[in-house]
Write a protein of this length. Structure first.
Length: 67
């Protein structure tokens, strides 16, 4: 899913919705692999020339030239 607020674009996955907050031990076990997945996503964006903040936020801009 992608949505924006002004010039900031947020990228999110539905995996966050599946966190089970009623079982703290299970939650802690799931956080590390999910963090690693977000880091891999950020690396894949960077390899494609897209720079993100924290792997999920992008700031859009327009080039300012005389043309």
């Amino acid at each position: 899913m992608a949505y924006n607020q002004g010039s900031i674009v947020h990228l999110e996955t539905s995996g966050v919705m599946l966190l089970d907050l009623h079982h703290p031990v299970r939650l802690l076990k799931e956080l590390s692999p999910r963090k690693h997945m977000m880091e891999e996503m950020g690396a894949a964006y960077t390899a494609s020339g897209v720079i993100t903040l924290a792997g999920s936020r992008m700031y859009t801009s327009m080039a300012d030239t005389d043309e």
